[in-house]
Ligand binder design. Structure first.
Ligand code: COI
Length: 367
């Protein structure tokens, strides 16, 4: 098995077959429903290693019905965006962090290793080919979805002998179809998103597919997303598909921005990491990775110590939280600090300005 990146595919071997007919580009609507003209595919087998990467017209895949990604969920994905700046240049945001998270998920899924820089260069070429699809907008972008699946055509539960890495691109407008600017969460300890020793810190499809049942139950309680709790003390872990942040006055009376630590059950979000790095650089309040429980949150709400709460992720970027339904109680989360600009608004602006090249930053990677 190609278990080190020296045996990886190389961008220099890319084969490009352009689509003879380009699609008309509709106005950006829902997230992830309209795909561009081309895709990248790279096949791997234990006997032949990686094949040359191939950019070709977007098409259906042909898979053996025994394929182990379909039966046992041996697969993973990534998600990041390309933004068009006011200067018309296209920029990716910290894409090497996605590459290394993808390599990590691949290792955990027993899928083969690849060279992260070579994959990024292949993606850059794909984006360059479909560049007309990148909208000129602060609220829309082109979403890049690298996907890595086992194509092992047999039913044994085993390390795959065949795999396919592919990348598709789609339009990304706003993620939540909601007019309200803050979302509602339903917190019930009967559901768990991830557990210690599991794969909650990997971007595997199963983590998301398994969340759906609870997500629809949240809808029955009038909420949009699930607030995922963990353990006897109802630790706050994530919200829907997002990392979670609490801006509050902590038990010691200090202003703090807190988010749960990366202890294996939390997805190491790139937006999460960027928020931590930005706010630590501001040096205006304490920034902490620490455990937060529902009882701490409830007391802080009673004592009016909560300033804001929000989710973060690639798809939504930053999403304010307006209320939480927990053990039959409807907890109202303050959404604004009367005396200052909301933290969510300030973070959204700073990140948007970086992504669109208004603030020069080594976090961006030009296509
Ligand atoms: C993200 O926002 O990072 C996501 O992965 C969302 C995706 C599951 C649609």
């Amino acid at each position: 098995m190609a278990d080190d990146s020296t045996q990886s595919f190389k961008a220099v071997d890319l084969v490009v077959q352009l689509s003879p007919a380009l699609k008309t580009k509709p106005h950006v609507v829902d997230f992830g429903t309209v795909f561009t003209d081309h895709m990248l595919t790279v096949e791997w087998s234990v006997t032949e290693g990686w094949q040359a990467p191939f950019i070709r017209p977007l098409a259906n895949l042909s898979l053996h019905p025994a394929c182990s990604s379909l039966h046992y969920g041996i697969q993973l994905f990534e998600g990041f965006k390309v933004y068009r700046g006011d200067d018309s240049r296209l920029r990716l945001f910290r894409p090497m962090l996605n590459m290394s998270r993808m390599a990590n998920s691949a290792k955990r899924a027993c899928l083969p290793a690849f060279d992260q820089t070579e994959l990024l260069e292949c993606i850059r070429r794909l984006v360059e080919i479909d560049q007309d699809w990148v909208p000129r907008s602060d609220s829309a972008s082109l979403y890049i979805r690298p996907t890595f699946i086992s194509t092992e055509p047999s039913l044994g539960v085993k390390r795959p002998g065949r795999a396919l890495l592919y990348v598709i691109l789609c339009q990304a407008g706003s993620y939540f179809n909601s007019e309200a600017d803050a979302i509602s969460l339903w917190a019930d300890p009967k559901y768990t998103r991830a557990w210690k020793g599991g794969t909650g810190d990997c971007k595997m499809g199963g983590n998301y597919g398994c969340s759906l049942f609870a997500q629809y139950e949240a809808g029955d309680y009038g909420c949009q997303q699930v607030l995922w709790l963990y353990g006897q003390d109802h630790q706050i872990t994530e919200a829907g598909t997002m990392n979670i942040f609490l801006h509050w006055i902590n038990q010691d009376g200090e202003e703090e921005l807190a988010t749960p630590p990366l202890d294996g059950i939390i997805l190491p979000g790139i937006t999460r990491r960027s928020i931590l790095e930005l706010t630590r650089k501001w040096g205006e309040f304490k920034v902490t990775e620490c455990y937060l429980t529902m009882s701490q949150l409830c007391s802080a709400l009673k004592q009016q110590r909560v300033k804001e709460m929000f989710g973060s992720g690639t798809a939504c970027m930053i999403c304010p939280i307006g209320h939480i339904v927990y053990l039959g109680e409807n907890l109202h989360i303050p959404c604004r600090d009367k005396h200052s600009v909301k933290l969510t608004s300030r973070l959204t602006k700073e990140l948007t300005d970086i992504q669109h090249g208004r603030t020069p930053s080594d976090w961006t990677f030009e296509v």
